[in-house]
Structure formats: C-alpha cells, structure tokens
Design a protein around this ligand. Structure first.
Ligand SMILES: Nc1nc2c(ncn2[C@@H]2O[C@H](COP(=O)(O)OP(=O)(O)OP(=O)(O)O)[C@@H](O)[C@H]2O)c(=O)[nH]1
Ligand SMILES: [Mg+2]
Length: 401
C-alpha cells in the first residue's frame, strides 16, 4: 500500500493532484487544513493523505471486465449502454452528514466545510466504484440473491451486500452455475479483503508515550474498552498504562477494582487545566483518556470534547460504538464524531447483536480501521483482536461453506 500526502488551496485541488498521480482508486486517509500563518506562501493550505492499494489481488481469478452478458447468452453491451440511466443516489451516510451540517450551529465551521467536501468526494468515489461493479441485466441468479439476503439479515447494509455479491459473481469461475458454498467463499474473500484492522504492533513495538482519547455516546463501553485495551496482552498488556478518568462522577467502581487487580494507575482529572498538566508529566506510558458519556447531540458536547483534544493532544482518537445499536443510529452518531477525526473504531457488545455484519458496514462507511472488538462484560476475557474471521464466522455460523 502506497501512502502519500498532497496539498492544494482547497480539498478538491489536493484530491485532483492525488488522483493525477495515483489514479481514481485512491483511499482518503486524512485531511487537514494548515492555516495561512503556518505556510511558506502565507496562504491557507489543505493537506490530504491518501493511499492506493497496489497489492496483487488475493481473489481466485483476476477480475476481467464483465462477461455477464456472455454468461447470459447475450451480445456484448457497449460501455455507454452499461452506464446507469440516472446518476446513483447519494448514499445514506453522506445524506446524514449533509443533514447534520444543515442543522448544526455555526461552531466548528472549518471542520464542517471539510466534512462537507469529504462527503462530496466520497460520493464521487462511490459512483466510480459503482460503475465498475455491474449487475447482470436479468438480475442476480437465485443462489447469489440468497447469499445477499443472508448478509442483509446479518446486518450488512443493502448497498455493501449488493456490491460484494456482484463482485463474487464476477470472480466466480462458474458464474450463474456457482453453488452456494462457492459464492459464500467468494463473499468471505471479498469481505476479508475489505477488513482493515488497526495496527497495534506499530505502536507497541516501541516504548514511546502514546495518548489515546476514547470518545463515544453514553454507555457504549468507553470505560470498559479502556480497561480491556490496558489488559489485553497483545494490545497494551505489556506496557505501562495510565487511565485518566474525566467522568464527572469520578472513576467507576469497576475502574477502581480493575486498577487494584491489574496494577494500572487510574487518575481522576475532571478539569481541562488538570488534564493539561498531567499530560506534561507523562514520559513513556500509554495514556488512555476516558471521556464522559453524553448524547452526541447535547449542546456544546463536541466543543467540550474539542477542549479535551487540545489539552491532551492525542495521537489517536478511538470512537467507541456499541454493536447493539441500530445501523442508522450508528451512522448518525458516528457522523458527528467524525468532526473529531477519529483514527479507529472500537466495536463493543458484539454479544448483544444478532447482526454482526454491521461491523463491515460501519467500518466501510467511516473508512476507519477497527482497533478492538468487545463481546462481553468480562475485562480479561471478552476482548477480541480485530480479525475478519471473527466477524465472518459470526455472520456465516450455521451456514458453513
Ligand atoms: N454485554 C456487554 N456489555 C458490555 C460490553 N462492553 C461494556 N459493557 C457493559 O456496558 C455498560 C456500560 O459500559 P461502560 O464501559 O461504563 O460504558 P461508558 O461508555 O464508559 O459509559 P458512560 O461513561 O456512562 O458514557 C457496563 O455495564 C459494561 O459492563 C460488551 O462488550 N458486552
Ligand atoms: Mg464511562
């Protein structure tokens, strides 16, 4: 995977530069604005970091442009005939971002503008990829539709389920004749390829200071996740960890008990100035800053989180999302937290959903890696590393290929 940063006077200009070098299939990793005072030219700049996947495909057969019409015994369609008659609809998530932007007050103006440009860009990218994956003109053969229904039943949203099943169709050696087991395997391969785990090795390999801010709506499992990350041997279990509780009611009983049991230092810091000074004393620890839960729609909540951000200057913001929420609610709450530019998501309460496929939909929509999975209340037991097979097994259990 190649990663590079481009800059321009606006987001679209920076993106055009990135596309000129990497082509249309770029993935936007980050965008930030650099104020006029900090650039050589004295003009405001927008910087984007993009990546392009250059790895050879793991799929069984290289993808060739649609042979669908041949499979169906029809003549080849021209490219223009394959274009959708009407432009694809704005996707759900982008629509939500737009709705939020329309409603929010004037605060966070710069971020709002970047978010709005991002939504536009995401639309363009998704339209490009829609054009690549065409549906057979007679509709999907029955087994493919069955697998698609299984996916949506398990929480994968309609758009993503349709995309991966069409992709399976195009990759299948047997096309319309493929059996269900073959289709399931191809769909798993495709979902596996899309799964993006957060790379803890990169940050646990050294003993440097690392500050992670945990954010998310009330009761989603932020405090529990802080303890789970601190305890897990392949996450921060071997590092010195400091958990800073900013909860207005002080650290919970569970957190105090964990501190005793695991030997993890827990500090109570409610005020922003206290937070700032504690950060100055940290040398080579991992600091997990646990923020108080509140509805993301509460007035001034995001501005308050921004104050925390300024005080602790986190290396990472982990957005904690509870899998027992409805997918629309997940999108809506996540869209607001995107203003804080999270670097990964932590998915909790997998044990409380019958729709584990939501994990793929939300990670795909937010274009963020998954840092950890929580599947129960027990701190030392119910934590899973972010592995595609864990989610895939849950989706396809009882339907083994
Ligand atoms: N079943 C299940 N329960 C969980 C999981 N993660 C957390 N919980 C429970 O959910 C409840 C809330 O968890 P907390 O960690 O306190 O959530 P929080 O986001 O810190 O809550 P606030 O600080 O009040 O916003 C607790 O009872 C946890 O034990 C999980 O993966 N599965
Ligand atoms: Mg909490």
């Amino acid at each position: 995977m190649k990663v590079k940063t481009f800059s321009g006077s606006s987001l679209p200009e920076a993106i055009v530069k990135a596309k000129q070098e990497f082509g249309d299939n770029i993935i936007l990793l980050e965008s930030k604005e650099i104020s006029a005072g900090r650039t050589k030219s004295g003009r405001k700049l927008v910087q984007v970091t993009v990546s392009v996947d250059e790895r050879p495909s793991k799929t069984p057969k290289p993808w060739t442009p649609p042979s669908i019409n041949e499979v169906y015994g029809q003549s080849k369609t021209t490219t223009s005939a394959r274009q959708p008659a009407t432009p694809p609809k704005k996707d759900h998530f982008n629509q939500m971002i737009q709705d939020i932007l329309a409603k929010k007050p004037k605060e966070l103006n710069q971020e709002k503008q970047i978010l709005s440009e991002l939504a536009e860009l995401r639309d363009q990218i998704s339209q490009l990829s829609e054009q690549k994956v065409q549906e057979p003109e007679d509709g999907l053969p029955a087994f493919y539709s069955d697998v698609k229904d299984d996916l949506t039943e398990k929480g994968v949203d309609e758009k993503l389920a349709s995309k991966v099943v069409k992709r399976a169709y195009q990759m299948s050696e047997n096309g319309a004749e493929a059996g269900k087991a073959e289709i399931v395997n191809l769909v798993k391969t495709e979902l596996h390829r899309m799964f993006n785990p957060y790379n803890f090795k990169k940050i646990t390999g050294n003993n440097n200071k690392r500050v992670i801010l945990l954010v998310g709506a009330t009761g989603v499992g932020k405090t529990t996740s802080a303890m789970k990350l601190a305890a897990h041997q392949e996450i921060f279990g071997k590092r010195d960890v400091l958990i800073v509780s900013t909860d207005l009611y002080g650290p919970s009983e569970a957190l105090k008990a964990f501190s005793k049991m695991n030997g993890t230092t827990v500090l109570e810091k409610k005020r922003v100035d206290e937070l700032k000074s504690v950060m100055e004393t940290v040398k080579d620890e991992v600091v997990l800053v646990d923020t108080p839960g509140q509805s993301p729609f509460a007035p001034n909540y995001l501005s308050r989180l921004e104050e925390y951000m300024k005080a602790v200057k986190p290396n990472d913001v982990f957005l904690v999302l509870s899998m027992n929420s409805d997918l629309k609610d997940l999108y809506l709450s996540a869209a607001l937290y995107m203003l804080l530019k999270p670097s990964a998501i932590v998915l909790t309460k997998f044990d409380e959903t019958a729709q584990p496929g939501k994990a793929f939909s939300i990670a795909n929509e937010l274009n963020l890696p998954i840092a950890a999975i929580g599947d129960g209340k027990r701190i030392f037991i119910d934590t899973q590393l972010p592995q595609a097979d864990y989610v895939l097994d849950k989706i396809f259990e009882g339907n083994r290929a």
